[in-house]
Design a protein around this ligand. Structure first.
Ligand SMILES: Cc1cc2nc3c(=O)[nH]c(=O)nc-3n(C[C@H](O)[C@H](O)[C@H](O)COP(=O)(O)O)c2cc1C
Length: 278
């Protein structure tokens, strides 16, 4: 029987501060504590009944003010999937995944509903943008966790935003709708290792935010993570600029990624797509 200490060690490379929950609770939490992203699938399709249930789970996610400001585009047509894969080449498994869902923030429907009721729409704001984006993310997570619970694997795909205008055109997204992320789902053809997380000591704050221990805790995390999950040369970021390191700690790779802007056209796209970010 798996213990909380085992699960905690897999996730953090640390011993928990307490004995953890009861054995019954540990068993119930184990699928979430041990979850991992899966990027390779068998060719077995997802049964339509299961897909309907997973979409219902997605729609069971909480949503800000119950506004439900997101849409899900289920990409099943083979040609459409190939076209989507071509727009996100670093996520090549999109082409072969039995199911690809694209979770979109959607304030277009909110506008229409307001107008259908005869009111003027006055909620196009940064706050609505965040609310709709968070709603889309929560729906994606509910879908992913439900899929993992029934033995499927999945991977969220933010690279659908790399060519966001092309992806939006492909999916016929109207103004007021943008793709926050995709989600590939399928029957797992790999068992990836658990990805070690930052220590709760720097992520979880008690009563007030305090980051004085960041550098020390980060050094320990880098060491623990490198021991279990070293960053191989092909996953080291921007090697043309920074070179390949024999030991590339997580924080080095993150810093490399964040040292250059990504998706610099995103704000411009959103403005053109009708999101008021003023
Ligand atoms: C919003 C979001 C977008 C993501 N986009 C991608 C992506 O475009 N490509 C990819 O390979 N993984 C993507 N991921 C998966 C993360 O890389 C993965 O969750 C992370 O490495 C931790 O691994 P784990 O989920 O197995 O614990 C994304 C995850 C999230 C939450």
């Amino acid at each position: 029987m798996v213990t909380f200490a085992d699960l905690y060690d897999d996730r953090f490379g640390l011993a928990p501060a307490t004995q953890g929950p009861t054995a019954v609770s540990t068993e119930a939490l184990a699928p979430l504590l041990g979850r991992r992203t899966c990027r390779a699938y068998t060719s077995e399709p997802i049964a339509p009944g299961l897909m309907e249930a997973l979409l219902a789970c997605a729609q069971s996610a909480p949503s800000k003010s119950d506004l439900q400001q997101y849409s899900i585009v289920v990409v099943e047509d083979a040609g459409q999937r190939q076209a989507l894969a071509a727009l996100a080449p670093s996520a090549s498994w999109i082409a072969d995944a039995p199911a690809v869902l694209v979770f979109c923030a959607d304030i277009a429907r909110s506008r229409r509903i307001t107008e259908l009721r005869g009111h003027g729409y006055a909620a196009n704001s940064q706050d609505s943008f965040v609310n709709a984006s968070v709603d889309a993310g929560l729906a994606m997570l509910a879908c992913l966790l439900a899929a993992e619970r029934v033995g499927l694997g999945g991977c969220p795909i933010s690279v659908v935003r790399n060519r966001i205008a092309d992806v939006s055109a492909l999916l016929a997204l109207p103004p007021g709708v943008y793709p926050v992320m995709g989600l590939t789902l399928g029957h797992p053809a790999e068992t990836p290792p658990a990805s070690m997380r930052l220590p709760p000591a720097i992520v979880v704050h008690r009563d007030r935010y305090d980051s004085t221990n960041l550098a020390d805790e980060l050094a320990g995390y880098d060491d623990r993570r490198h021991a279990r999950q070293p960053v191989p040369p092909e996953k080291q970021r921007h090697t043309d600029r920074y070179g390949v390191r024999e030991v590339c700690p997580w924080s080095e790779n993150v810093a490399r990624q964040l040292s250059l802007p990504e998706r610099a056209d995103f704000r411009e796209f959103l403005l053109v797509a009708g999101f008021d970010l003023a």
